[in-house]
Design a protein around this ligand. Sequence first.
Ligand code: FDA
Length: 393
Amino acid sequence: MSKIERFDAIVLGAGGAGLMCAAVAGQRGRRLLVLDHADAPGKKILISGGGRCNFTNLNAGADRYLSANPHFAKSALGRYRAEDFIALVDRHGIAWHEKTLGQLFCDGSSRQIVAMLLDECDKGEVTLRLGEPVRGVEHGDGLFRVAWGDSEATAPSLVIATGGPSIPKLGATGFAYELARRFGLKVVEPRPALVPLTLSGEEALFRSLSGVSAEVVARAGKTHFREAALFTHKGLSGPAILQISSYWRHGEQIGVNFFPDAAPDWLIEAKRARPRATLRATLARVIPERLAEALAERIGLGSELANLPDRALLEAGRRLADWRFSPNGTEGFAKAEVTVGGIATAGLSSQTMEARSVPGLYAIGEAVDVTGWLGGYNFQWAWASGWAAAQAL
Ligand code: FDA
């Protein structure tokens, strides 16, 4: 057994949140240790944004996040903003562009973001230990004692930054929740989010449209997103569906408007303009042919528009504007980009991310019950919560 090393803080997890926290605290003169069981840091950063890391979003306000306490994220997001991360990216000479909806991506590769964070950790003289699982965490006399491999370290502060259980093959675990519970913190039930939805029964027939996509408004309850939806061999995906999946609960329906720009009586207008056209041909003027065929078939109005009463066309228009799907599930944590739920914010300070009942214990990043929309929001939360904790270490 090697000697026990002493640090000012130990960060568990070398993802975006953990690296940011350690780099900032290290540069504030603290002695930081970061531990990760993975053999390389920032694996989720590497695969993010299709390899180009959608590293922030210009619109990252608390209203873009799900949490049992919708106000919790305000403090950290307000003090470490997208602009602050952009300034860091610029200082490292990383070229970037806005793709859409305020989403910022690297021009080159996600590897640049990991390299930047590691460089910042170097500047803060952070010690990084990878590739060995944490064997034990003890707490007593104001010190946390962490054991991994054949090593041990102590520190007055411990930061839980081990993320959520989405994509276990990348090393994701529910370790954060186990640890939090051991320290008496509550955990809001974790669910897969930003995840494709699956269809079964009658609706499984839509799977034959696999590969077809269309711009839609997808809705769950009062929340809706206008983006692309994609039919898959298991059900529904694409940005609009991923977004709505975070709000969807088992047993609920989602509504999809396949004609978000159309007036309620647009099919009656179409009948006046092209009376000889079928419903299928009319739909196919706006949406992909295969989708038009599938929807028209299900509506069941086969003849030319001229032969269809206005009432039936109005009703068809209504159905197409709020097509109800009843997903039977999601593709689960194996395919979820993030986790909704996590360490309950009620037990944490929104200023510092420190546990109210356990001085010196912090939780940051995806481990916490704060989940962003698709589009760079989750990384901005990782950076902001990591930065906020680092000010207090
Ligand atoms: P993260 O999961 O990144 O890091 C946790 C670390 O803890 C990991 O390194 C893990 O190995 C380690 N760990 C886990 N258990 C451990 C244990 N028991 N002991 C030791 N270490 C342990 N977001 C965004 O804003 N823009 C984007 O473009 C994308 N794209 C994207 C694509 C894909 C495919 C996924 C899966 C996710 C995204 N995301 C995203 C979400 C984003 O990746 C995610 O929100 C952040 O990585 C969360 O950062 P954390 O540091 O909190 O956890």
